[in-house]
Design a protein. Structure first.
Length: 123
Protein backbone atom coordinates (compact mmCIF):
# COMPACT_ATOMS: atom_id res chain seq x y z
CA UNK A 1 0.00 0.00 0.00
CA UNK A 2 1.36 3.41 -0.93
CA UNK A 3 0.53 6.64 0.74
CA UNK A 4 0.35 10.18 -0.58
CA UNK A 5 3.07 12.54 0.46
CA UNK A 6 1.79 14.56 3.36
CA UNK A 7 -0.68 11.84 4.22
CA UNK A 8 -3.80 13.90 3.37
CA UNK A 9 -6.28 13.76 0.52
CA UNK A 10 -5.07 14.80 -2.95
CA UNK A 11 -4.95 18.56 -3.64
CA UNK A 12 -8.02 20.08 -5.23
CA UNK A 13 -7.78 20.97 -8.90
CA UNK A 14 -7.19 24.67 -9.63
CA UNK A 15 -10.32 26.66 -10.48
CA UNK A 16 -11.15 26.78 -14.18
CA UNK A 17 -9.87 29.78 -16.10
CA UNK A 18 -11.87 31.81 -18.57
CA UNK A 19 -11.44 30.78 -22.16
CA UNK A 20 -9.90 33.41 -24.42
CA UNK A 21 -12.27 35.92 -25.96
CA UNK A 22 -12.58 35.68 -29.72
CA UNK A 23 -11.04 38.67 -31.50
CA UNK A 24 -13.39 41.38 -32.64
CA UNK A 25 -14.51 41.51 -36.24
CA UNK A 26 -11.56 43.15 -38.06
CA UNK A 27 -13.94 45.30 -40.09
CA UNK A 28 -15.23 47.00 -36.95
CA UNK A 29 -12.34 46.49 -34.50
CA UNK A 30 -10.49 49.73 -35.22
CA UNK A 31 -12.14 52.99 -34.37
CA UNK A 32 -12.40 55.62 -37.05
CA UNK A 33 -10.37 58.78 -36.60
CA UNK A 34 -10.32 61.94 -38.64
CA UNK A 35 -7.19 62.64 -40.65
CA UNK A 36 -5.66 66.10 -40.44
CA UNK A 37 -5.14 67.23 -44.01
CA UNK A 38 -3.53 70.04 -46.00
CA UNK A 39 -4.27 71.43 -49.45
CA UNK A 40 -2.04 70.11 -52.20
CA UNK A 41 -3.93 71.83 -55.02
CA UNK A 42 -7.17 73.79 -55.20
CA UNK A 43 -8.07 76.04 -58.12
CA UNK A 44 -10.93 78.52 -57.88
CA UNK A 45 -12.37 77.45 -61.26
CA UNK A 46 -12.24 73.74 -60.43
CA UNK A 47 -14.50 71.37 -58.49
CA UNK A 48 -11.45 69.29 -57.49
CA UNK A 49 -9.52 69.77 -54.25
CA UNK A 50 -6.38 67.65 -53.88
CA UNK A 51 -5.39 67.06 -50.26
CA UNK A 52 -2.49 65.37 -48.48
CA UNK A 53 -2.52 63.76 -45.05
CA UNK A 54 -0.39 61.43 -42.91
CA UNK A 55 -1.70 57.94 -42.21
CA UNK A 56 -0.29 54.56 -41.25
CA UNK A 57 0.23 51.97 -43.99
CA UNK A 58 -2.55 49.85 -42.43
CA UNK A 59 -5.16 52.60 -42.68
CA UNK A 60 -7.61 53.67 -45.34
CA UNK A 61 -10.07 56.50 -45.84
CA UNK A 62 -13.47 55.11 -44.85
CA UNK A 63 -15.51 58.20 -45.61
CA UNK A 64 -15.20 61.72 -46.99
CA UNK A 65 -17.75 64.26 -45.81
CA UNK A 66 -18.06 67.53 -47.71
CA UNK A 67 -20.26 70.41 -46.52
CA UNK A 68 -20.52 73.24 -48.99
CA UNK A 69 -21.86 76.72 -48.24
CA UNK A 70 -21.69 80.05 -50.05
CA UNK A 71 -18.57 81.19 -48.17
CA UNK A 72 -16.84 77.95 -47.17
CA UNK A 73 -16.24 74.25 -47.80
CA UNK A 74 -15.69 71.85 -44.88
CA UNK A 75 -13.94 68.56 -45.70
CA UNK A 76 -13.69 65.71 -43.19
CA UNK A 77 -11.63 62.57 -43.88
CA UNK A 78 -12.70 59.58 -41.79
CA UNK A 79 -9.70 57.26 -41.52
CA UNK A 80 -9.39 53.79 -39.97
CA UNK A 81 -7.31 50.61 -39.98
CA UNK A 82 -7.71 48.02 -42.72
CA UNK A 83 -7.72 44.34 -41.74
CA UNK A 84 -4.72 42.28 -42.71
CA UNK A 85 -2.37 45.17 -43.40
CA UNK A 86 0.79 45.81 -41.43
CA UNK A 87 0.95 49.09 -39.52
CA UNK A 88 4.18 50.95 -40.05
CA UNK A 89 5.28 54.51 -39.70
CA UNK A 90 3.00 57.14 -41.25
CA UNK A 91 3.00 57.68 -44.99
CA UNK A 92 2.08 60.83 -46.87
CA UNK A 93 -1.21 60.08 -48.63
CA UNK A 94 -3.04 61.94 -51.39
CA UNK A 95 -6.76 62.16 -52.02
CA UNK A 96 -8.92 64.09 -54.49
CA UNK A 97 -12.20 65.49 -53.20
CA UNK A 98 -14.84 66.51 -55.75
CA UNK A 99 -17.10 69.44 -54.89
CA UNK A 100 -20.63 70.02 -56.20
CA UNK A 101 -19.64 73.47 -57.45
CA UNK A 102 -16.30 75.12 -58.28
CA UNK A 103 -14.36 76.27 -55.22
CA UNK A 104 -14.43 79.93 -56.24
CA UNK A 105 -13.48 82.28 -53.38
CA UNK A 106 -14.70 79.97 -50.60
CA UNK A 107 -12.52 79.14 -47.59
CA UNK A 108 -11.43 75.53 -47.05
CA UNK A 109 -11.87 74.04 -43.57
CA UNK A 110 -10.81 70.72 -42.00
CA UNK A 111 -13.93 69.32 -40.33
CA UNK A 112 -11.95 66.87 -38.19
CA UNK A 113 -11.82 69.43 -35.38
CA UNK A 114 -14.65 71.05 -33.47
CA UNK A 115 -15.00 73.82 -34.55
CA UNK A 116 -13.56 73.19 -38.03
CA UNK A 117 -10.07 74.59 -38.65
CA UNK A 118 -9.32 77.00 -41.51
CA UNK A 119 -6.83 75.28 -43.84
CA UNK A 120 -6.81 77.77 -46.70
CA UNK A 121 -8.58 81.11 -46.98
CA UNK A 122 -10.54 81.79 -50.15
CA UNK A 123 -8.78 83.76 -52.84
Amino acid sequence: MTSCAGGGPPAAAPPPTASPVAPADPATAAAEVTAVWDVERADAASRRVDVTYLAAACSAVRRIDVEEAGDRVVITLGNGASAGRECTEPLLRHRTVTLKAPLGTRDLYDGGADPPVLVRPGT
